[in-house]
Design a protein around this ligand. Structure first.
Ligand code: NIG
Ligand code: FE
Length: 394
């Protein structure tokens, strides 16, 4: 068995149970055996290993877990972004533009885009990335989107209910029937999760409930786009269905926050349904940011993710989202780093990632900085010096 010692770590974020939320250890080392963390402890007591990386006092963190991304698409919508920056509102109407481009693309073109964006994210420290379909919106195009996504990530999500495509515009009930029937059957072999854009102009609560229940019936886990563009029933529907995560959460009522807080884990730590906040979307649509403090103060588990997509948030950068969360959403740097690592893992119901404790997957990042604080303190600076994924330096 080959082993690797990551040595001379000035600040190690473990996210293990400890006095501080990040489980920080100083002057530490991590022993990796194959694809797992085998030992964590003081650098002075580090065991021998086949290979050593001396990080020279730098900070080491768990790799980022980006639990919400739409990577299977063609074309871009830079002109739509420019129009928004000149005052146009975001309505989600551009999704159909991307659907047209995606349907016209070859498999290899879609594959190249997924790989390019996944590579971008990896170099910015993302070691796990969820990938959604949702720009195909036909049986064949949703199935191939997920087949291509599954080549790159085990965390794949069927989002056939992103919007009603133009050819079904005047018969949304028929489209819901298609999604629940042949489209789900073709998509499910490549999907772990099901998602619905539950929003005015996309799917109402009854359609969303029906679609998510069909997905659950074939074994898919539930997550949903909820309360992004305005108040609505999405968050409470997610709680009702036991969703792993409700995503966006930009417009929440007191009852929404209470419902999320009511999903408290029996172990007393956080909530079963995670609120995943996507500040790249508010940045890129010039919208008010979600109130992270209100959720955190109510005891709701919060995750941060990029929402990487060509319309509302064309960034693959988790460090950028951390910086936005700290500066614009009143999260502390520690809360934001936790939300981008352990929080994302919880949003995917994974306990083998987002932490650096013995037995965890050996996904870790070395910063060009002495502390996790620098991720928000030095926004826009490429601070990810090295990424180790599944025990392999990238
Ligand atoms: O999460 N809100 C729905 N879906 C995406 C945006 C998709 C698009 O504009 O192309 C989102 O923001
Ligand atoms: Fe999204």
């Amino acid at each position: 068995m080959s082993s690797l010692l990551v040595h001379n770590i000035g600040e190690l974020v473990t996210n293990g149970i400890g006095a501080d939320p990040l489980g920080i250890r100083r002057k530490a080392a991590v022993l990796v055996e194959e694809d797992r963390v085998a030992w964590v402890g003081p650098a002075a007591y580090a065991p021998a290993a086949d290979h050593r990386i001396d990080v020279g006092g730098a900070a080491v963190l768990p790799g980022f877990v980006d639990s919400h991304a739409h990577l299977v698409f063609a074309g871009d919508r830079a002109a739509e972004f420019a129009a928004r920056m000149a005052g146009e509102p975001y309505t989600g109407g551009g999704i159909r533009t991307t659907v047209g481009a995606t349907r016209a693309a070859t498999d290899d073109e879609l594959r190249a885009t997924v790989r390019r964006l996944r590579g971008e994210a990896l170099h910015q420290g993302t070691t796990t990335m969820e990938i959604k379909s949702g720009y195909g919106l036909s049986v064949a195009d949703e199935a191939r989107s997920l087949r291509i996504a599954a080549e790159t990530s085990p965390e794949t999500t069927f989002l056939g209910a992103h919007v009603v495509p133009a050819e079904y515009a005047d018969r949304p009930d028929d489209y819901v029937g298609l999604v629940c029937g042949p489209m789900l059957a073709a998509a499910a072999p490549y999907a772990k999760w099901i998602d619905v854009f539950c929003e005015r102009g996309a799917f109402d609560v009854d359609h969303a409930r029906a679609i998510l229940a069909c997905g659950q019936a074939v074994g898919l886990g539930v997550r949903l786009h909820a309360n992004q563009l305005g108040p609505g029933p999405g968050v409470q529907l997610g709680v009702e269905l036991g969703a792993a995560s409700v995503d966006h959460c930009t417009h929440l009522s007191d009852a929404d926050v209470e419902a999320l807080a009511g999903t408290a884990h029996s172990d007393g730590f956080g909530t079963r349904t995670v609120a995943t906040l996507l500040p790249g979307a508010e940045f890129s649509t010039r919208s008010p940011y979600p109130d992270a403090r209100r959720l955190l103060d109510a005891g709701v588990t919060v995750a941060l993710a990029t929402d990487c997509n060509p319309g509302s948030s064309y960034t693959s950068s988790m460090p950028f989202c951390i910086a936005l969360a700290v500066r614009e959403m009143r999260m502390t740097p520690a809360e934001a780093v936790w939300a981008a690592t352990a929080g994302g893992a919880r949003a995917l119901r994974r306990d083998d990632i987002g932490v650096l404790t013995p037995g965890a997957r050996a996904d870790l990042i070395v910063l060009d900085a002495p502390s996790h604080l620098h991720l928000a303190y030095r926004p826009g600076v490429p601070l990810i010096r090295q990424v180790i994924r599944n025990g392999v330096p990238q």
